[in-house]
Design a protein around this ligand. Structure first.
Ligand code: HEM
Length: 540
C-alpha cells in the first residue's frame, strides 16, 4: 500500500488526493481555531487571501476602516492577524515587554540585506541600543542647526510657489510634488548638512520621487505575498552597494548620501585624532547637526550610512503626506481656511510672528526671522488645532506597523471585554478608525473641525487628554516613538503658516483632487493640481 502511494497508479491517485485534501482542511481548521473567538470578514479565519488582495489594491487602509466599522475595535483580518482601532490597546502593545515588531512587515522595509536600521530592528535590545545612539541627534538638543535649516527650505518653498503665482497664463502646479521637494530638501539639509536642491531647480533631476515610489511599490508587493524574508537573503535582497554608473533613482540617492557621510566622517575622525593628540576640541566645532551627533554617539561606517538613508525614507513621504492632507482639507473647508488666515494675520499685526509679507525674494525670505519661529507657532491655538486635526482626519500612515503578541499569549481588555490573543499573533493598528472614533471625538468625528481641540474644557478635560494621547499615537509610542517627530512638527507648523500667510489656494479639480496609493504604510500622492495667488494679509 505504502509502495503504491510512492508510485501512484489509477487506483491510488484518489487516495493521495484525499490525504492531501484532508491535510489542507486540517491545517485550515487549526488556523481557524486560533482566532475563531474574534470576529472578522468571511474567509479571514482560514485564508490570507482577503488581506493580500487588500495590500495589492494599494488601498488597504480603506479595507481596514471598513473591517473596524463592521466588526468592532478588535477584528480578525487573517488566520494569524488581528486589527485594532483601540487606542489604549495599541498604546499597551508598544510598551509591554514581550511584544515585538512583526518580521513580515519590518523585514520588507530593509534596504540592505546585510544590515538593519533602527526602524527594521526586531530584536528589542538591539533596537534600544541603536536608538540611544541616535535620539540626541534627532532632537534639537545636539542639533542646533535644526530650525534654521528648516527655515531655509520653507523660505525656498514660499519662493517657488510665488514664482508660479506670478506666472502669466496657466500657472497651476502639482502641490503634492513641490511638497515632496520640500520634505526631501529638509531631510538633506537637516540630516546631511546639504540640501538635495530640488526646490532650487524646481525639478527632480535624479528621479528621487519616482524611484522612492517604485521602491515602495516593490516592497509592498513583497510584503503582500509573504516574501519579506527575501530581503535578508544574501545577494537576493536589496543591496546598499554603490553603483556609480547609475545617474538616477535610489542608487543615486545612495551615492549622494554615502559620499556626504563618508566626507563628514573623514573630517570628524581627523579632528578626533588631533584632539586626542592634544589639539583643540574640533569635533565640537563641527556643524552641530544630526550627522555630527550620530558620530559623537559612536555611530560610524556602514551603520552610519544606513541610518542616514533611513531618514530620507522615513521622513519625506510621511511629512509630505501630513502637509498634503492638511492643505487639501483647508482648501475644501472655507470656514476653517478663513479662520486660520485671520489668526495668522492677527499674529503678524500683533508682532507674534515676523512681518515678512513684503519680502518676496528668496534672499529676504531666508533672512533671519522672516519665517515664523516654532516657539511662535505654539502661541497660535488655531494653527495648532489645524495641524492636529489634519493628521487626525488624514492619517499620514496607512497600513501595518505590526507587532507580535508575547510568546505565551496575552489577555487584553478591549471596550470592557476580555479577549485572549495567542502568542505570535500579529496586531495591526487601524489608523483611520482609531482617529475617527466617535466615542472619543463625537458624532462629527468624520468632519475636519479644528475647534474640537479648543472647545473641550472642564468637565471634559479628561476627554481632551484622551484625544491628545490618541492623536499623539500617529507618531508611535514608547520606545518606538518617531525619532523624527520634532523635525516633522517644526516643518509642518511652519509650512502651513507660511503657505497660508502668503497665498490664496484653489484646487484645479475638486472632483478628483489627487491620485493616491497606499504603499507599505505610506501615502504615495501625486497630481494634486492647484492654483496659488499672492495675498495681502488683512491689516498689513
Ligand atoms: C508626519 C510625519 C511623520 C509621522 C506621522 C511619523 C510616524 C512614525 C511612527 C508611527 C513611527 C513608529 C514606527 C513603529 O512603531 O515601528 C516612526 C518611527 C520613526 N520615524 Fe517617523 N514619522 C514622521 C516623520 C519622520 C521624520 C521627518 C523622520 C526623520 C527626520 C522620521 C524618522 C523616524 C525614525 C528614524 C523612526 C524609527 C524609530 C525607532 O524605530 O525607534 N519620521 N515614525
Amino acid at each position: 500500500m505504502f509502495a503504491d502511494l510512492l508510485s501512484p497508479n489509477r487506483e491510488t491517485w484518489p487516495i493521495l488526493a484525499a490525504v492531501v485534501l484532508l491535510a489542507i482542511v486540517g491545517s485550515r481548521l487549526r488556523a481557524y481555531s486560533k482566532l475563531r473567538h474574534i470576529p472578522g470578514p468571511r474567509w479571514t479565519g482560514v485564508s490570507e487571501i482577503p488581506h493580500i488582495r487588500a495590500f495589492l489594491s494599494e488601498r488597504c487602509c480603506n479595507w481596514y476602516t471598513t473591517v473596524s466599522e463592521t466588526h468592532g475595535p478588535i477584528a480578525r483580518v487573517g488566520p494569524n492577524t488581528v486589527l485594532t482601532s483601540s487606542a489604549e490597546f495599541w498604546e499597551s502593545v508598544n510598551v509591554k515587554p514581550g511584544y515585538r515588531r512583526s518580521k513580515w512587515f519590518y523585514n520588507a522595509a530593509r534596504f540592505d540585506w546585510r544590515r538593519d536600521n533602527v526602524f527594521t530592528m526586531i530584536d528589542t535590545e538591539q533596537h534600544d541600543a541603536r536608538r540611544k545612539m541616535m535620539a540626541p541627534g534627532y532632537s534639537g538638543r545636539e542639533n542646533l542647526e535644526l530650525e534654521r535649516d528648516v527655515d531655509k527650505c520653507v523660505a525656498k518653498m514660499v519662493h517657488l510657489v510665488g514664482s508660479y503665482a506670478d506666472k502669466r497664463g496657466n500657472n497651476t502646479f502639482d502641490l503634492a510634488n513641490k511638497l515632496q521637494f520640500l520634505t526631501l530638501d529638509v531631510i538633506g539639509l537637516v540630516g546631511f548638512g546639504k540640501s538635495f536642491g530640488l526646490l532650487d531647480v524646481d525639478a527632480d533631476p535624479h528621479e528621487f520621487v519616482r524611484s522612492t515610489e517604485a521602491g515602495l511599490r516593490r516592497i509592498n508587493k513583497l510584503m503582500a505575498l509573504g516574501l519579506s524574508w527575501t530581503n535578508r537573503v544574501p545577494f537576493v535582497g536589496p543591496s546598499a552597494e554603490l553603483d556609480a554608473e547609475k545617474a538616477t533613482g535610489f542608487e543615486k540617492m545612495l551615492t549622494i548620501s554615502s559620499d556626504i557621510v563618508g566626507e563628514r566622517e573623514k573630517v570628524f575622525q581627523k579632528n578626533l585624532q588631533e584632539e586626542s593628540d592634544g589639539g583643540s576640541s574640533k569635533p565640537m566645532k563641527e556643524r552641530a547637526d544630526m550627522l555630527a551627533s550620530f558620530m559623537r554617539n559612536g555611530l560610524f561606517g556602514d551603520e552610519l550610512k544606513t541610518e542616514s538613508l533611513l531618514q530620507i525614507v522615513a521622513g519625506s513621504d510621511t511629512t509630505a503626506g501630513a502637509l498634503r492632507g492638511t492643505m487639501l482639507y483647508l482648501m475644501s473647508h472655507p470656514r476653517v481656511y478663513r479662520a486660520l488666515q485671520a489668526e495668522i494675520d492677527a499674529a503678524v499685526r500683533d508682532g507674534k510672528a515676523p512681518n515678512a509679507t513684503k519680502s518676496v525674494s528668496v534672499d529676504e525670505l531666508e533672512e533671519e526671522d522672516s519665517i515664523i519661529s516654532y516657539a511662535q507657532t505654539k502661541s497660535l491655538p488655531y494653527l495648532q488645532a489645524v495641524v492636529r486635526e489634519g493628521i487626525r482626519v488624514f492619517p499620514p500612515l496607512t497600513d501595518p506597523f505590526a507587532r507580535d503578541v508575547q510568546p505565551g499569549g496575552d489577555t487584553v481588555v478591549i471596550d470592557g471585554k476580555e479577549v485572549f490573543l495567542p502568542g505570535g499573533v500579529s496586531v495591526i493598528p487601524s489608523w483611520t478608525a482609531m482617529h475617527r472614533d466617535r466615542k472619543l471625538y463625537g458624532a462629527d468625528a468624520d468632519l475636519f473641525r479644528p475647534e474640537r481641540w479648543l472647545e473641550t474644557q472642564e468637565p471634559d478635560a479628561d476627554r481632551l487628554r484622551a484625544m491628545r494621547r490618541t492623536n499623539d499615537l500617529m507618531f508611535g509610542h514608547g520606545k518606538y516613538t518617531c525619532l523624527g517627530k520634532p523635525v516633522a512638527l517644526i516643518e509642518i507648523h511652519k509650512t502651513i503658516f507660511e503657505l497660508m500667510r502668503h497665498f490664496e489656494w484653489g484646487l484645479v479639480n475638486p472632483l478628483k483632487p489627487w491620485d493616491a496609493a497606499s504603499l507599505m504604510g505610506l501615502w504615495s500622492i501625486k497630481h494634486m493640481y492647484v492654483q496659488a495667488s499672492r495675498r495681502v494679509p488683512s491689516g498689513a
